[in-house]
Design a protein around this ligand. Structure first.
Ligand code: SF4
Length: 354
């Protein structure tokens, strides 16, 4: 059985044309069916009422539309929405929708869990479970549109669970569907891949002709400190990653989570400025999400502002982001980690009762 949602638009069109021809259906039906995958999605073929009922039934039987059932939806007081999607095999991943003026940014996941174990990250503590498929990645956007077409994201960031460049084949296909005019049609400049710097696949991303944006999770201005916070530093060192960014030919963003007493000193801002300035990089300063890592504390607000000023004084464009969705555990991996904790409590309660 062909899963049209797992195919990028050209092969999807070809597979559909072949299917229509084999059934003796007119070729123009493809132009009615294809927009129902991504542009004007339907939850099931039954809803595509512009098609004859017999055709809808045949589509449902042989080309069913894969769904990601919503298992939890949380809406924060600041408008941030968080979704936990059921993958149907006992696993679940999450996405976070962040509205800001006319912009709606959806933060999507690329893996269940993550092998990289950054100390400030809830997903890292889960460990790695499995990669997501192309359809499981892009259907996070599709499912949000099915909840409410008005929620269609204007921007997509690969900043949810997982390291996207460790699932390159699926992320590569997902980028095509996100951007393609017959896919979701989101401009490449509105799609950001956030990575710790997996160098071989960073080179593959750089080879793509579209202007997808790149964000590097830096979080430390020296190799020594990065080593303590992010074990990947052993494999892809800070100098090697910075050299790769210099070759990237596009403006990059450096992500820097401010952790109280670890990476928020003004001397560290100076070291960060020395890395960011030659790259012409934008620095995104992110408050540590309180639930993301119980053993670390966020940097005090005054220190975060001083850190931001120090960067700016050295000619670095720096933006201190607000922590969003504080009341709904919106840091990556938190909802999933909480769900597991609840499940564990329930299991332990069962065991006691039995
Ligand atoms: S911050 Fe990203 S790369 Fe690091 S453990 Fe979390 S999900 Fe993985």
């Amino acid at each position: 059985m062909v899963d049209l949602l797992s195919l990028v638009p050209d092969p999807a069109r070809a597979a559909l044309a072949q299917w229509l021809e084999a059934r003796g259906e007119p070729a123009y039906r493809a132009r009615q069916i294809l927009p129902r995958l991504w542009q004007r999605p339907v939850g099931s073929w039954d809803e595509a009422t512009e098609l004859p009922a017999t055709l809808r039934r045949a589509l449902a039987q042989t080309l069913p539309l894969r769904r990601l059932p919503l298992s939890t939806r949380q809406v924060s007081r600041d408008g941030t929405e968080k979704y936990l999607w059921d993958l149907g095999d006992g696993e679940a991943v999450e996405s976070v929708l962040i509205p800001e003026g006319k912009r709606r940014t959806l933060c999507i996941s690329s893996q269940v869990g993550c092998a990289l174990g950054c100390v400030f990250c809830a997903t890292g503590r889960m460990g790695f479970r499995r990669n997501l498929s192309v359809a499981e990645i892009v259907c996070q956007v599709r499912e949000v549109m099915l909840l409410d077409a008005a929620l269609k994201p204007t921007n997509v960031v690969f900043m949810g669970m997982g390291e996207p460049l460790l699932n390159w084949d699926a992320v590569d296909g997902a980028l095509t569907i996100l951007n393609h005019a017959e896919g979701l049609g989101i401009g490449a400049r509105h799609v950001t891949v956030s990575t710790v710097g997996i160098l071989p696949n960073l080179a593959k991303l750089a080879q793509r002709p579209e202007q997808f944006r790149l964000a590097l999770s830096l979080h430390a201005p020296t190799s020594e400190l990065r080593h303590e916070l992010m074990p990947i530093e052993r494999k892809y060192t800070l100098p090697a990653v910075i050299a790769a960014l210099a070759r990237f030919r596009r403006r990059v963003t450096l992500e820097y989570v401010l952790i109280g007493g670890r990476n928020d000193a003004l001397e560290q801002a100076d070291q960060l400025a020395q890395l960011a300035r030659p790259l012409g990089a934008l620095v995104n300063l992110l408050p540590l999400h309180p639930g993301g890592a119980p053993d670390l504390s966020p940097s005090p607000r005054a220190q975060m502002l001083a850190f931001e000023r120090r960067l700016r004084r050295q000619g670095v464009e720096a933006v201190l982001r607000r922590s969003r969705g504080l009341d709904i555990s919106a840091a990556c991996g938190q909802l999933r980690v909480e769900l597991e904790a609840r499940r564990k409590v329930r299991t332990e309660e069962h065991a006691r009762i039995e």
